[in-house]
Design a protein around this ligand. Structure first.
Ligand code: PMP
Length: 406
């Protein structure tokens, strides 16, 4: 059963006040809060388990190596990877994408080749492709968006050519909330060309459980911190054959089989891509977060979040001069909006006085802002621990902010 009071009691931060008001945390698109099950895993790590992994024969090292590799297995099972070796620990979504652009660029891209991304990508899924395309004299193309903030997929057949080497797109837009039809897109892409497919799952994993085999994507990337796990840890899922073909991204301890003064023989994936001491407690904390959300269940999470989204959308639209950006029927619990000509930062600062944490700005998606010709938006993004009562507090504070700023 979905017991909101029990769930909220798992998140210590939800008990705090901000400016003498109970915290209303609606900035889940930026990062998720952590349940005590995750915090306890981190405390337990430093209190009882701290040691380095993979190379020690002593008990602590052996124990933590097992725990870290079990965490990798938990993550592999969660996204239904075929093999645990397809899971590479990284710093986060950004590093996972940089790893793919670097390695893919090095072995697959030649002059005149094409990479296709979309106009709704986070900067993390734009800039690395711009750089690698410039280096390789490849062409970067974009799938456009429409007024509702959806991809114009009718353009796919025109945009894809025999030179398209990779298509990368977000599963869910962090600014618009749009849930892209990723499975259908992959089927269509596969019918048109042999390109590899990368999905940016940063905003999807807090709301749904991706199945990478069912999707048949080549790469799926996400960050631990948005999935209620620690910061500084993320995942690159890649089909095994890519990891075998890819050169190492960074090199150093942990990536090797043997080193002589003349040459190095690299370890098998995923270790080949995990140079240096990793974020050990991050991996363990992320596995704890995954176990936590699975115990609640994504069906229940989605049902609750849809209730929040519908209620907040209705309440927002009752306010004069509100414009919501991202009105797709298929969207998650993200509301990006503006009120008349009021600057998003001014609204954000006043809401903070009432204890309400939202985000204002371009959300690292400047091309989306350019599309709508706006400096940014006010973004309220909900997680499963948020409530309808919190939305009432937010709407009341927003009305006061509008009165003050109009
Ligand atoms: N992609 C999307 C869609 C995101 O929302 C974010 C974070 N806002 C990122 C990539 C980058 O994630 P991180 O900063 O954790 O690397």
């Amino acid at each position: 059963m979905f017991d909101i009071n029990k769930i909220r009691s798992d998140f210590p931060i939800l008990n705090r006040t901000v400016n003498n008001k109970p915290l209303v945390y609606f900035d889940n698109g930026a990062t998720g809060q952590k349940p005590k099950q995750v915090i306890d895993a981190l405390v337990n790590y430093y209190s009882n388990q701290n040691s380095n992994i993979h190379r020690g024969v002593h008990t602590l090292s052996r124990e933590i190596t097992i725990a870290y590799e079990e965490a990798r297995q938990t993550i592999a099972s969660h996204i239904n990877a075929k093999q645990v070796s397809e899971i590479v620990f990284t710093k986060g979504t950004t590093e996972s994408i940089n790893l793919v652009t670097y390695c893919f660029g090095k072995i697959e891209l030649n002059e005149g080749d094409e990479i296709l991304i979309t106009e709704m990508e986070h900067h993390s899924n734009i800039i690395p492709w711009q750089i690698v395309c410039e280096e390789k004299k490849a062409v970067l193309k974009y799938i456009p968006i429409n007024e509702a903030g959806e991809l114009i997929l009718e353009k796919l057949p025109q945009l894809i050519t025999s030179k398209t080497k990779l298509v990368a797109f977000t599963h869910i837009s962090n600014t618009l909330g749009t849930i892209n039809p990723v499975k259908e897109m992959i089927v269509q892409i596969r019918s048109l060309c042999k390109a590899a497919v990368l999905i940016d799952g940063a905003q999807a994993v807090p709301h749904l459980k991706p199945d990478v085999q069912d999707l048949d994507c080549d790469f799926y990337v996400f960050s631990g911190h948005k999935l209620f796990g620690p910061t500084g840890v993320g995942i690159l899922y890649a089909k095994q054959h890519w990891l075998e073909k890819f050169p190492p991204y960074q090199t150093g301890g942990g990536t090797i089989k043997t080193v002589t003064l003349e040459k190095t023989e690299f370890a098998d994936p995923p270790l080949k891509f995990e140079a240096g001491t990793p974020h050990i407690e991050g991996g363990i904390g992320l596995a704890a977060a995954i176990s936590y959300v699975n115990a609640i269940g994504f069906e229940a999470i989605q049902k609750h979040e849809n209730t929040l989204l519908d209620y907040a959308t209705k309440k927002l639209l009752e306010i004069e001069d509100i414009r919501i950006y991202g009105t797709s029927k298929h969207k998650t619990s993200v509301l990006s909006f503006n009120v008349g000509n009021i600057h998003p930062f001014d609204v954000g600062s006043i809401l903070d006085k009432y204890g309400v944490a939202i985000r204002s700005g371009h959300h690292c998606t400047q091309p989306i802002c350019k599309f709508y010709n706006i400096p940014g938006t006010i973004r309220a993004s909900f997680a499963f621990y948020n409530t309808v009562e919190e939305i009432d507090v937010f709407i009341a504070a927003l009305k006061k902010a509008i009165r003050l700023l109009s």
